[in-house]
Design a protein around this ligand. Structure first.
Ligand SMILES: C[S@@+](CC[C@H](N)C(=O)[O-])C[C@H]1O[C@@H](n2cnc3c(N)ncnc32)[C@H](O)[C@@H]1O
Length: 508
């Protein structure tokens, strides 16, 4: 085995940020479970293991100038581009180490500090067992008491029927050496052909056929990174809890802040079954069976610190949230059938959204202004955070570093680098952003824009100067008239609806 331990390194990973990894999001999830978490408004140290091209550490460092952030990845190309972006954006509080997990776990005591949060996303079940053990050793040595771990992974039972498909795919690839992209395409063609031949495995497992048909529509980058690593192995929530127990960690909660609310939307039988289970990890395992879950993002704690009910109530009352999308985008919660619960929308969600249309507000303020109980406001806001309509606020952040980073991201996206987020200082997090969004933010922050059609003209000029096509939902729009219409529509939405939100969030 080479230095990559079976991890495919010839196709770079997409440059993305995951909002559940933001300290304020984790603190909100912990608070919902009556637990204390590191305060994102105070100095803290944060490490991301397997940080890819570093957008996570870059956005967190830019939106928390008082924190020290470190990214670890063994791919030199990832580390080099992350370091270049940090330097360009002038972010002194982020650094990147080109270490494998084994190397990171074995670093001498004084080589890196101890952290308050260690996070890993899309890593744990994509690397082999030796690397998983090294990750746990790193956490054991480097996490402060009271510190949190964010860990996401492919889980069972959701993946159970699909696992033989992945095995078939890598067995075919192993016997057809070449670039990973070519291997994965070859293997997919081979498997799709088998699918057409109605082999018994596919016939008995209709979900597998559906999974393969969907996989066939995904891009090569996704296919390589989802299926081609030889260490790939989904696990049960109990496996992760057992492994992390070795580093003195206990399960705190799912990273989804709306988990307690969405749980109440389960069918009655499942709800009853869960209610009877005391052990939190066993309850999660049964919940995974209840929804046939295939992906989890969880928070673990080294030394839980429960809050009293009074302290939780106080913290929830003062917790501020901010809208991250225009008012018109917000709606109501989903019904168990997947539609919209219009009653809940009218009596609960719309009044909250109306208050937030004026800008960020504390949950207590929302309760006072709407006359809705704090408990109901908390539940609704948890759902709204889950839908990414609003996010918790980190008070007192200097917006300058995030604005510098966004300018650099806008420059790079116009050279074709696939960046899909921008930094949002008020919430200590990132927002999804297309290249048009990043370019528009940059134009609005530097230039005097008269109106939406002026913005559209400037956007077109930027794209033209950079030689970039107009792209929508990942697809290039070839027809010039259609491209022009798309830019005009997007400019109108950005100028009229999104820019006021960006202003509230400190992006402008
Ligand atoms: C699927 S990517 C996830 C990147 C990023 N966390 C994200 O979600 O966008 C996994 C990352 O882990 C890194 N990685 C894989 N095996 C590793 C190892 N043994 N040591 C250090 N990094 C590793 C890869 O280079 C890659 O950047």
């Amino acid at each position: 085995m080479d230095w990559s331990d079976g991890y495919k390194t010839d196709v770079t990973y997409a440059i993305t940020f995951f909002r559940k990894m933001a300290p304020a999001h984790m603190a909100f999830a912990a608070l919902m479970r009556r637990q204390q978490a590191p305060d994102p408004a105070k100095p803290f140290r944060y490490a991301e293991l397997g940080c890819g091209q570093g957008l996570g550490p870059l956005i967190l460092a830019a939106t928390h100038p008082h924190a020290e952030v470190m990214g670890f990845d063994f791919l030199p190309g990832h580390v080099a581009s992350a370091r270049a972006l940090a330097e360009e954006a002038g972010l002194p509080n982020v650094s990147f180490r080109e270490d494998s997990f084994e190397q990171a776990a074995a670093l001498p005591d004084d080589a890196v500090p101890r952290f308050d949060i260690i996070a890993l996303h899309g890593v744990y079940t994509w690397v082999n067992e030796d690397n998983r053990r090294a990750i746990v050793r790193f956490i054991d040595r480097r996490l402060n008491p009271g510190g949190l771990v964010y860990i996401s992974y492919n889980c069972l039972p959701g993946w159970a029927p699909i696992m033989p498909f992945q095995r078939l795919l890598i067995e075919h690839a192993r016997r057809h050496p070449g670039a990973s992209g070519t291997q994965v395409l070859g293997a997919m063609t081979f498997i799709e052909d088998l699918l057409d031949r109605k082999l018994e495995y596919f016939t008995r497992n209709p979900r597998v056929a559906q999974h393969i048909r969907t996989a066939a529509t995904r891009n090569i980058r996704y296919l390589v990174h989802e299926y081609m690593h030889t260490g790939w192995a989904p696990v049960y929530v109990t496996d992760v809890a057992d492994a992390l127990a070795g580093a003195k960690l206990s399960y705190l909660c799912a990273a989804d802040v709306d988990r307690t609310v969405t749980q109440s939307a389960l069918p009655e039988g499942a709800r009853d079954a869960l209610r009877g289970i005391e052990d939190p990890v066993l309850r999660e395992l049964v919940h995974d069976f209840a929804v046939d879950r295939f992906f989890r993002a969880d928070i673990y704690v080294k030394g839980p610190r429960p809050l009293t009910s009074a302290a939780q109530h106080r913290a929830l009352r003062t917790l501020k949230v901010a809208p991250v999308v225009p008012r018109a985008t917000m709606g109501g919660p989903k019904t168990p059938e997947g539609g919209e619960d219009t009653t809940a929308r009218a009596v609960l969600y719309d009044p909250i959204a109306d208050v937030l249309a004026d800008g960020p507000a504390s949950l207590g303020e929302i309760a006072d202004r709407t006359g809705i109980s704090l408990g109901m406001v908390v539940s609704a806001c948890a759902v709204m955070v889950g839908r990414d309509w609003i996010q918790p606020v980190v008070p007192g952040i200097d917006p300058a570093p995030a604005r510098r980073l966004n300018r650099v991201l806008a420059d790079h996206v116009l050279t074709g680098v696939p960046i899909v987020n921008m930094a949002a200082p008020l919430i200590g997090s990132g927002l999804p952003a297309s290249d048009l969004d990043l370019a528009a933010l940059d134009i609005l922050s530097r230039e005097d824009v008269a109106d939406a059609s002026d913005l559209a003209g400037r956007l077109r000029a930027r794209l033209q100067a950079a030689g970039r096509p107009v792209v929508h939902d990942g697809k290039t729009i070839d027809d010039p008239a259609e491209a022009e219409r798309h830019v005009a529509e997007r400019a109108a939405a950005l100028y009229g609806e999104q820019a006021p939100v960006w202003r509230h969030l400190g992006l402008l």
